[in-house]
Design a protein around this ligand. Sequence first.
Ligand code: HAM
Length: 427
Amino acid sequence: MSKQYQAIRGMNDILPNESALWEGLEATVREVLTAYGYHEIRLPIVEKTELFARSIGEVTDIVEKEMYTFADRNGESLTLRPEGTAGCVRACIEHGLLHNQTQRLWYAGPMFRYEKPQKGRYRQFHQVGAEAYGMAGPDIDAELICLTARLWRRLGIPQVTLQLNSLGSSVARAAFRERLVAYFTARHTELDEDSRRRLQTNPLRILDSKNPALRAVLAEAPSLLEHLDPESQAHFDELRALLDSAGLAYEINPRLVRGLDYYCKTVFEWVTDTLGAQGTICAGGRYDGLIEQLGGQAVSGVGFALGLERLVAMLAAAGQPGADANPHAYLIMVGEAAQRRGLALAEWLRDRLPALRLRMHCGGGGFKAQFRRADHSGARFALIMGEDEVRAGAVAIKPLRDAQGEQLTLSHDQAASHLRAALDSTP
Ligand code: HAM
């Protein structure tokens, strides 16, 4: 068959055989967020371009090179959201959710970045984000980090490491930036082209370079952590004490600077070496100045986002099956009378057993062909209706997975009880 149309590069279909893993993951994430008191906020996928430019930063990779930006029919510049924090802050200011109150919010959905696609890095990808507002101390930073750690335990993915850093206040960072520019300018012959460009625009990002040729010049670079303002230092010390007391291990990474400009104080990433180059499965930090910068009150913000494609890849590699979506029962109907009676029986069973996953055979065919379908479906039982069963007001139940079980002919009521007992005994 010709494949005239293909999905856009870097934008993936999530196929039915993959969706069980996604659903299981999303359900666990939702459960853990709810348990910590987070409420869902649903946000538009498109926002004004200016919102992202002002919050993420004009000279970041995302804003400079990666946004899907277009003019709408009125000539207004709009952008497919590259991340969720900016839209969440916009919505909270717009709806007055930040006046004299704290908020714990979460959102989920597709994000869009025009990056070079590779394993774990896509142009449409999915995040679940959490944002907490109105809490200035390190307690909420610690709680958010504990929440993510609990999530890894619940998901059964132990191979992750927490990296932690503090970027300090914007004033302290500006002073540090000057020192850094002086240092890198003095050694500019050792920099690569990308870093030379960043020296003019975003020198902190040089610290985050993965180019091995820069190892020596980076190793001797001034450290952010030695230039923290006293308030950020105290915040960081207390965060560390809280994580220590919760028994949560972390690595201090003084070069962790993040690719978005809105952060201050705490930044963190959860990384794994099981996914190759794209090993960050969750990242976040504090962004106290952003709400004011976008026109709101001076309210603190802190949060993180998980990369769902990367988590799904980890779960798949660990051989996790995801939620079981196979039918419990497959209804086979042979003959015209049975087909008519069968639909009524299926609806009757669904009324009584809302949790029953019942697949009714459609499209006709003989017993053998239908039975083969039933077997392929992964169902535990075949429900069989032929002329005899119609006449007797009965249905036959044949276990498909249990070699010992024999076929029974039951009344409709008995069949419902039989299926209920089987559902109740399923873990
Ligand atoms: P981010 O580090 O840009 O932060 O993205 C968070 C996570 O999304 C990454 O750690 C990664 O797992 C996933 N991710 C990012 N880009 C891609 C991609 N192209 N393909 C697949 N996965 C990707 C933010 O977006 C911030 N808004 C996080 C935040 C929330 N900070 C505070 N609150």
